[in-house]
Design a protein around this ligand. Structure first.
Ligand code: SF4
Length: 742
């Protein structure tokens, strides 16, 4: 590869030399030279471009303020019906990701052994030719399913990519990791035929929260948090949180009730039992809209008394009875549930217990209750995939039950996101199991470091899509993701890359996927949305950022018109599908064997997502400055019994590995639980994520003051790759660990 003097100066001597010879990536593309110079002035009128945040599944509406071609600020879009102009700290910090000097801005091909860190720069033409050769072989052999595509950016569906993949012959597409609660989704589909419910909490008078943390992090974080706060301010709703840890939400609840991990289900069943015993249940709903006779349900619940629940969960029977009465009398009332409920080997049953509790008070699709999701139909192609998540895909790979010819990760990082990091790395490194690994991402992630081909992707601030999220106010809407600035360097959107690929895959694919670029596709996609064309079409969306039918009103009890999307048309308290899988057909508590066999010195490890961090954001300079350490939460009394004081270091040992961390003593955690935050402890992603100070075009990178403190730890190194067989989702919160003072 010829290197001009300009290139030499552009990329720096060392990096240019090693890249040309197949050397380290370190520093290759820092600084991104195409970034317009930093804008320091405070006067001038910025262009305001609406778009959609992609930094968590909530998909808030944003406005990018752009001066002289440079994004200077991200604010909330007040027209967006879900977030109504508000953003979280991560949303504002999205600007760090865009202008991160560690971004990958050049296609790269592996030139050493897999994971050895040696790369050769190639052009996009070369990258697409390489992919076309391999994709053609699959297509000709009628083996499209041997292309495995792992999609990151949970909550978003890349419409253009899905259209392309459909045209290619429906390969195997699944989601990254297990971020969206695979067990929770499975339980809901089994029970009422859909997933991702909307909690109509601004109208609730009473909210029972099991293991969700909406004041800090949630799939609908900012939209949900502001409605809970609104409901509590205006309707004086009571919020009661059951959680193993004093989360931000628990700390701001009227009551926090700690319980033993994985026992939420039996508490919910005991609440249901107590409500029915007091005659406070919704007899009409249970009789008419569930598929199980009420007298037999009463018999089933007879074994789940508050006293029995107290023995197992530690929650006092008197509290269960009191809360059952309050909850059932304070209509409308609802039950929130998070990964603390479903991230267990009994997660599907736990979530089914939550669904039953909602149904017992008739709180299904009613004002203030748990509502069926309303989303706009974007005409997205759908086909069945054998896996929901990378955990299921890599488990199949490990067990020899499936194998790709090509594994394409788009904004997905299974090497980091999967439980049991050591095992995930070994699978992804194995060239016999994964012959060709393509990673399309904005940064050199842990998975990217193992790639055969690394494609530089645009960020969400430089790319197109149409987005639909569950509507908090029950009127479906569509929002646009559009570039607020031009793509940096040689980064390209997935849609544009696939357009180039389609042209190389023969006439039939060019005809089936006949788009010149992403914007052209967006015109067609917008035309698929009923009513939008009359209201301004894509141009209107580009201007406002969001569209909903102005005449539409929220509707409740939609099941009365068309039933539930289940085989019986009812809410399936009794699931024949679960029965066929050998799981209890009625919502039940399944004890966790490892927890029952715990010894005196054992703890259960819980993981939580802090409000400023996700696994993709650890290289954000603003967010990493706020959070870069992983102290282990431990109950003060448990710690003192071990002779531990604040800041002492302990080695955490689990069946999957060990980590050494300082402890933080607190009263805000169950005495048999210890907890670590997610999102830290990266060994790739970027220098800030690794707490390394460095010189770049952004002088802040030299101001990194926490280098000595390190970058925290990654709890997935401790968590075995085990899951709930009924749902296939990971058991994030079941790991039994021991602690040793070091
Ligand atoms: S909650 Fe925060 S990170 Fe998530 S979409 Fe909204 S602004 Fe972005």
């Amino acid at each position: 590869m010829k290197m001009t003097r300009r290139d030499f100066l552009r990329f720096g001597f060392t990096s240019a030399a090693v890249a040309g010879l197949g050397g380290s990536l370190e520093g290759c593309f820092s600084p991104p030279v195409e970034v317009p110079r930093k804008v320091m002035r405070t006067a001038g009128k910025a262009a305001r471009i609406p778009s959609t945040c992609l930094l968590c599944p909530a998909g808030c509406g944003i406005i990018g303020e752009v001066l002289d071609g440079r994004l200077v600020k991200i604010v909330g879009n007040p027209r967006h019906p879900n977030n109504r102009g508000r953003l979280c700290s991560r949303g504002h910090a999205g600007i760090n990701t865009l202008y991160d000097p560690d971004r990958i801005l050049q296609p790269l091909k592996r030139s050493g052994g897999r994971g050895e860190g040696k790369w050769t720069r190639i052009t996009w033409d070369q990258a697409l030719e390489e992919m076309a050769k391999r994709f053609t072989a699959l297509k000709m052999g009628g083996r499209a399913e041997a292309l495995w595509v792992e999609m990151g950016a949970p909550g978003s569906r890349e419409l253009m990519a899905l259209d392309f993949l459909r045209a290619l012959g429906s390969p195997t597409v699944f989601c990254e990791g297990d971020g969206l609660g695979v067990n929770e989704g499975a339980a809901q589909r089994l029970t009422w035929g859909t997933e991702a419910p909307v909690y109509d909490v601004s109208r609730s008078r009473y909210i029972l929260n099991f293991g969700a943390n909406p004041y800090e992090s949630d799939e609908l974080y900012i939209p949900l948090a502001q409605r809970i706060i609104g409901g509590r301010m205006t309707g004086a709703a009571k919020l009661v949180t059951f959680d193993v840890r004093l989360s931000n939400t628990a700390g701001r609840s009227n009551e926090w009730i700690p319980l033993k991990p994985g026992t939420d289900g039996i508490v919910a069943l005991a609440l249901a039992h107590s409500i029915i015993q007091q005659g406070l249940h919704d007899r009409e709903f249970l009789s008419r809209w569930t598929n199980y006779p009420l007298p037999r349900l009463v018999e089933h619940l007879a074994g789940y008394t508050p006293e029995q629940a107290e023995k197992i969960s530690g929650v006092k029977a008197t509290d269960i009875k009191r809360l059952a009465t309050e909850f059932a009398q304070a209509k409308p009332a609802t039950v929130l549930a998070g990964r603390g409920v479903s991230g267990h080997q009994n997660g599907v049953q736990n979530e089914r217990c939550m669904m039953l509790l909602r149904a017992v008070v008739g709180g299904i699709d009613v004002p203030g209750g748990c509502c069926l999701p309303r989303k706009m139909d974007l005409g997205e192609p759908r086909w069945k995939s054998p896996f929901f998540s990378s955990l299921q895909a890599l488990t199949a790979l490990k067990e020899g039950k499936g194998q790709p010819d090509i594994y394409l990760c788009y904004l997905a990082n299974p090497a980091y996101a999967m439980p049991n990091t050591a095992e995930a790395l070994s699978l992804l490194k194995d060239e016999k199991k994964i012959p060709f690994l393509v990673v399309a991402d904005t940064h050199l992630t842990e998975t990217g470091a193992l790639a055969d081909l690394l494609l530089p992707m645009t960020t969400y601030l430089e790319s197109w899509n149409l987005e639909s999220r569950p509507a908090m106010d029950l009127v479906p809407f569509v929002s646009i993701r559009q570039p607020v600035v031009a793509p940096l360097g040689k980064s390209m959107s997935l849609g544009d890359a696939l357009t180039g690929l389609a042209k190389r895959l023969g006439e039939d694919l060019s005809k089936a996927f006949p788009f010149g670029n992403s914007e052209e596709f967006m015109e067609k996609a917008a035309a698929r949305i009923g009513g939008l064309a009359q209201e301004g079409g894509l141009e209107g969306l580009k201007k406002e950022g969001v569209w909903l039918d102005p005449t539409a009103k929220p509707e409740y009890r939609t099941y009365e018109k068309k039933g539930f999307s289940t085989a019986s048309g009812k809410l399936e308290v009794y699931s024949t599908q679960l029965q066929e899988k050998g799981s209890p057909p009625l919502p039940s508590y399944i004890p966790l064997k490892a927890h029952e066999e715990m010894k005196e010195a054992d703890f259960i490890l819980a993981v939580y997502q802090p409000n400023v961090m996700t696994q993709r954001l650890a290289n954000s300079k603003w967010l990493a400055e706020i959070l870069h350490a992983s102290p282990l939460w431990i109950n003060r009394r448990s710690a003192q019994a071990m002779g531990l004081k604040n800041g002492d270091r302990v080695k955490i040992n689990s069946p999957a590995g060990s980590l050494t961390v300082p402890v933080r003593l607190t009263q805000g955690i169950h005495p048999k639980v210890v907890a670590l935050p997610e999102g830290l402890g990266h060994w790739e992603l970027g220098k800030i994520a690794r707490a390394k100070r460095y010189r770049s075009s952004d002088f802040d990178t030299h101001e990194l003051w926490w280098e000595q403190q390190g970058n925290g730890v990654h709890p997935n190194r401790l968590i075995p790759a085990q899951f709930d067989p009924a749902g296939g989702g990971a058991a994030w919160n079941d790991t039994v660990v021991t602690l040793t003072k070091v």
